[in-house]
Design a protein around this ligand. Structure first.
Ligand SMILES: [Zn+2]
Length: 276
């Protein structure tokens, strides 16, 4: 069964805001820029890193977050991922920077992107703002999944009111065929909302990036009832022991089938992957 990491940042040291590299220092134990360069220098180096961690496929995220973390363009991330089908690029479209959101999505898909990651709390918009609706209509038409940061963030400049999963209810009601993924599953104080939304709406998924695996049964006591809706991700480089997290998920008191779904099968379904 494939292991898919749905949440890897491939932003280069020079693309990050300087404070973010300092924030990474204790996590990467040493010189963060050097460690990032080691893994991201070439797509081959990234694939070796994924092999070491036991990951078959990785969703690689672009970001246009000049107010918070930095800017890693859709062009560069698509180019980086074009080396291997194991690297799956997700574009970011910032509604304050791009005028025609739907056309930009078409352009991103043409350059190879397979999904969208939106950052409402870093870009300061509510996901149910109608400004975004042409983008969602286009994504629904093109069968492009859309992932949102949901839940808290401690980064300077982030405004967490924009990442309440509840507002995704509007989007799911208005775009019933659009696949929506809640990154971090409402981390902090919105786990119940995130879980209810994933239960109510056929195409909303919980993505568990950044949550300690052993806490999952506590945060989601009925998780196995939604075994088809839970997706694993790491948030590398903010989390480095990905292999450890995969092992921790494998040791949870869930059915083996549930764990395989969390670690890859659900993501493969969302991505339309036929695992090799
Ligand atoms: Zn992330």
């Amino acid at each position: 069964m494939p292991v898919i990491d749905f949440h890897i940042h491939v932003t280069l040291p020079k693309e990050y805001a300087p404070w973010f590299l300092e924030w990474l220092r204790p996590i990467l134990e040493g010189d963060p820029a050097k460690e990032l360069r080691r893994v991201l220098q070439t797509p081959q180096a990234m694939l070796e890193y994924l092999d070491d961690q036991g990951i078959d496929y990785a969703v690689c995220l672009a970001e246009t977050n000049p107010l918070v973390t930095g800017v890693s363009t859709n062009e560069r991330v698509a180019e980086f991922c074009s080396y291997s089908p194991r690297l799956i690029p997700f574009a970011n479209i910032n509604p304050y920077i791009v005028a025609d959101l739907a056309s930009e999505l078409e352009r991103c898909v043409e350059m190879g992107h397979r999904g969208l990651k939106l950052y409402p709390s870093y870009q300061h918009f509510y996901p149910n703002n109608h400004r975004l609706y042409p983008l969602y209509a286009k994504a629904q038409d093109m069968k492009i999944p859309v992932m949102f940061h949901t839940g808290t963030s401690t980064f300077p400049g982030a405004r967490i009111k924009y990442s309440d999963p509840l507002v995704l209810d509007d989007v799911a009601v208005d775009f019933p065929e659009l696949t929506l993924i809640m990154a971090h599953s409402g981390r902090g104080f919105w786990y119940d909302r995130a879980f209810s939304l994933a239960r109510m709406h056929a195409h909303i998924y919980l993505e568990i990036t950044g949550l300690p695996p052993k806490k999952l049964p506590l945060y989601f006591p009925d998780l196995e009832k939604l075994a088809d809706k839970v997706i694993f991700g790491s948030d590398w480089p903010a989390v480095t022991n990905i292999a450890g997290n995969i092992a921790a998920i494998r040791s949870l008191p869930f059915a083996d089938e549930t764990k395989e779904k969390i670690l890859g099968l659900n993501a493969a379904q969302v991505l339309g992957l036929t695992p090799c």
